[in-house]
Design a protein around this ligand. Structure first.
Ligand SMILES: Nc1ncnc2c1ncn2[C@@H]1O[C@H](COP(=O)(O)OP(=O)(O)OP(=O)(O)O)[C@@H](O)[C@H]1O
Ligand SMILES: O=C(O)C1=C[C@@H](O)[C@@H](O)[C@H](O)C1
Ligand SMILES: [Mg+2]
Length: 199
């Protein structure tokens, strides 16, 4: 074989075998990130989508695009119930147009209708994080209407207590801890890949 020919029997440097395994396990299904504000759904979701070569969409961004309002404006003008109804419709439409990687707003999976839509619409992965990590990440910005309270850290803790039992109904759980984002993204790929084991 001439020297210039690549040896395709050996994996090229930088190829992550988990990517192929995760792709195979996911098939034509959507991958949907759920979890609290600051868990990393947007940032990790985008990284995983890139690795799986799937389109990425963030439902909060899509809601703001279709309504031409910010989430804060939607809450202020129409209230949370209207926001949730819009969120359900947007997520339902996005899931039908898949396969995609979709990061949802923190309350999406908590809403019973949306939870049903997500469960039927693909593989859900909960990015779980401890209070101090979440607080560290969210306290720098104030665009989250649910945290505009007297004691936002306490509010976050209350949300954790209410929501974690429900998030735990997800298909997969990955701990979003204080490590490099690449590590968390890789653990998501490993969790998805594990769905294909024993098939
Ligand atoms: N593993 C990580 N290590 C360090 N920082 C992280 C990690 N994961 C996420 N972050 C940071 O935490 C912040 C929140 O992440 P992100 O916006 O992705 O969360 P989210 O779950 O989408 O939150 P929201 O529901 O409010 O949209 C970002 O600044 C992001 O860069
Ligand atoms: O946790 C929540 O209920 C929310 C999280 C954000 O992503 C937004 O979807 C909105 O601020 C509500
Ligand atoms: Mg987000």
């Amino acid at each position: 074989m001439p020297n210039s020919m690549p040896d395709i029997t050996k994996p090229a440097l930088g190829i992550n075998p988990l990517v192929e395994q995760a792709r195979a396990a996911l098939g034509r299904r959507n991958l949907i990130f759920i979890g609290l504000m600051g868990a990393g759904k947007s940032v990790i979701g985008r990284m995983v989508a890139q690795q799986l070569s799937l389109p990425f969409i963030d439902t909060d961004v899509e809601i703001e695009r279709v309504s031409r309002m910010t989430i804060s404006e939607l809450f202020a003008s129409y209230g949370e119930p209207e926001f949730r109804a819009l969120e359900t419709r947007v997520i339902e439409r996005l899931l039908k147009g898949g396969p995609r990687v979709i990061s949802t707003g923190g309350g999406a999976f908590i809403n019973e209708r949306t939870r049903g839509v997500i469960k039927r619409g693909g593989v859900s992965v909960w990015l779980r994080a401890d209070l101090d990590i979440l607080w560290e990440r969210v306290n720098k910005r104030d665009h989250r209407p649910l945290l505009k309270t007297e004691n936002p850290k306490q509010t976050l803790e209350n949300l954790m207590n209410q929501r974690y039992p429900i998030y735990s109904e997800s298909d997969l759980t990955v701990e979003s801890r204080d490590v490099r984002k690449e590590i968390v993204a890789n653990e998501v790929l490993a969790a998805v890949a594990s769905l294909g084991e024993g098939r």
